[in-house]
Design a protein around this ligand. Structure first.
Ligand code: KIV
Length: 288
């Protein structure tokens, strides 16, 4: 009798069962031996299971789902309830295939700005939905929020550079940290976030030289670049972008990994291989 289920088959066991669950100590070991960390966004059970099977170590349930799943113009309108719904779906998908990925849930706009207590309440909801870590955007005022969460046992990924939740304040989707002054501010924020206990830091649309320098200064906080050049501890892309599921023009930092591949699984494997062997991103094509 076939064990295939209708509407998207998920095998009962991971095809890469020999992999151990990804954890903070394992990510630190990877970093120490110079192995790049791979991250992709996923928003549902099936794509999360496929990304896990492809060997992607970290799955970000990003609030970019506002654009790619909900059709919003920005991430500003995404609710905590929506983030919990998608986080539950992703973690269920990974569990069904006995997967190993580390799941990061994005704290949406308005769910952590009011107070540290509000951040704790929202982070708790994402952790109870299955996330292993939460992500929040910005530096400066977020430092004490990060410390508060980390002290209470919640791993935190920070996010600096282009922070999409504040796109209206930033004046658009632009490269950040280009002037000496803004590069110094970014470095100050990054060091403070590491000191507060953030164990990961997404650097989005930051000049490659700056993110390379920051990576060296942040041994305990793994830099994950998106449009930040090749010399970060790891890379992240929005899944729809790297699969070419996009009618518009992709940002400069995206490569379409579906090209030349026969399936989503193969495209994700190609992404993992390219990040690990250093052939993606290429600074002259994908960075500033
Ligand atoms: O929401 C998201 O997908 C993100 C990535 C762009 C890093 O924050």
């Amino acid at each position: 009798m076939s064990t295939a289920t209708p509407y998207g088959t998920l095998p009962p066991a991971s095809p890469v069962a020999e992999r151990k669950p990804v954890s903070l100590p394992r990510l630190a070991e990877m970093r120490a031996r110079g192995e790049k960390i791979t991250m992709l966004t996923a928003y549902d059970a099936t794509f999360a299971a496929v990304a896990d099977a492809a060997g992607v170590e970290c799955i970000l349930v990003g609030d970019s789902l506002g654009m790619v799943c909900q059709g919003l113009n920005s991430t500003v309108g995404v609710s905590l309830e929506t983030m919990c719904y998608h986080t539950e779906s992703v973690t269920r998908g990974i569990r069904r295939v006995q997967g190993t990925a580390w799941v990061i849930g994005d704290l949406p706009f308005g769910s952590y700005q009011a107070s540290r207590e509000q951040a704790l309440h929202s982070a708790t909801a994402l952790m109870q939905a299955g996330a292993h870590m939460v992500k929040l955007e910005g530096g400066g005022w977020t430092t004490e929020t990060v410390r508060f969460l980390v002290e209470r046992g919640i791993p935190v990924c920070a996010h600096l550079g282009l922070t999409p939740q504040t796109v209206h304040a930033l004046g658009g989707y632009r490269v950040q940290g280009r002037s000496d002054e803004s590069a110094q501010a970014l470095e100050r924020d990054a060091l403070a976030l590491q000191d507060a206990g953030a164990s990961m830091l997404v650097l989005e649309m930051v000049p490659a030289a700056l993110s390379a320098a920051l990576t060296l200064k942040l041994p305990h906080c793994h830099t994950i670049g998106i449009g930040a050049g090749k010399d970060t501890a790891g890379q992240v892309l929005v899944m729809h972008d790297m699969l070419g599921v996009n009618l518009g023009k992709n940002p400069k930092f995206v490569r379409n990994f579906m090209q030349g591949q026969g399936s989503v699984l193969e495209a994700m494997r190609a992404y993992v291989a390219a990040v690990k062997d250093g052939s993606f991103p290429e600074n002259h094509l994908h960075a500033w």
